[in-house]
Design a protein around this ligand. Structure first.
Ligand code: G3P
Ligand code: MG
Length: 250
């Protein structure tokens, strides 16, 4: 199993909301604020290239419209994924998983890679991302944790990259989540912070799993979760918690 133990503080979508999400510029900004671990969302182009984007469509975070996964990488590579956030970011491109992997590995950072399939392509996306990560991290020592809200995506990743650790993402505690996480061989569960409490964290720890939370931005929520002994905090507020992230890395 590759190392999957991330620092406590993890920058959401690269640098949360301070830079265009899921771009290399966002990762660089997160790192400039002291973050040493990053979360981002990965899906497939129509010709199978893993790249970073949160939504199914390009509408919210680029200068184009429509379902991103319907386009080949030759078209996606020309999309402006920065100008929507502000003129300073214009021209920023959609990063490939390959590019992000090179950057995190070269800089010794940890990555929580959320498999965010285009709707209907859950297993295929998990399989392709697993295959790509197995190759990209073949000689790397930096931590990598794959996660997804979609059990089929995690199943796909376990088929092509059983040695890369998996985490089930939960927005709600749906019936059967615990059994699903165990059946998927998850080393961790990442919940909406509102779901997390002492009993849930104790249940996870008792089963040998870690408990992480997203998206934790408010100081009161940070205090509550740290008091529980949480294993990871995914945050947008990279400018609010930079000292904590730097201390975490020391
Ligand atoms: O991976 C944690 C978090 O990113 C899940 O929610 O919608 O921001 O991808 P979302
Ligand atoms: Mg995400």
């Amino acid at each position: 199993m590759l190392d999957s133990t991330l620092p406590l503080w993890i920058a959401h979508r690269g640098a949360g909301k301070l830079a265009p999400e899921n771009t290399l510029a966002a990762f660089r900004l997160g790192a400039a604020h002291g973050f040493r671990a990053f979360e981002c969302d990965v899906k497939l182009s129509a010709d199978g290239v893993p790249f970073l984007l949160h939504d199914d469509t390009l509408d919210r975070t680029s200068d184009r419209h429509g379902v991103a996964g319907a386009l080949p990488w030759s078209a996606l590579s020309r999309v402006d994924a920065g100008g929507w956030h502000g003129p300073a970011w214009a021209g920023e491109t959609l990063p490939t998983l390959d590019a992000i992997a090179r950057w995190v590995i070269a800089n010794g950072h940890g990555l929580n890679l959320e498999i965010k399939p285009t709707t209907g392509l859950e297993r295929e996306t998990g399989r392709a991302v697993g295959r790509a990560c197995a190759e990209l991290w073949r000689r790397a020592a930096t931590p990598l944790l794959l996660s997804s809200f979609k059990p089929e995506a995690l199943e796909g990743a376990s088929e092509t990259a059983p040695q890369i650790a998996r985490a089930l993402l939960l927005d709600k505690l749906w019936t059967g989540w615990f059994e699903a996480a165990q059946a998927l061989g998850c080393v961790a569960v990442v919940t909406n912070h509102r779901c997390m409490d002492a009993a849930l964290l104790a249940r996870l720890h008792g089963a040998g799993m870690r408990g992480l939370c997203y998206t934790v931005n408010e100081p009161a929520d940070v205090r509550r979760l740290l008091g529980l002994g949480i294993d990871g905090l995914i945050t947008d507020a990279v400018d609010r918690y930079p000292a904590a992230a730097a201390a975490d890395a020391a």
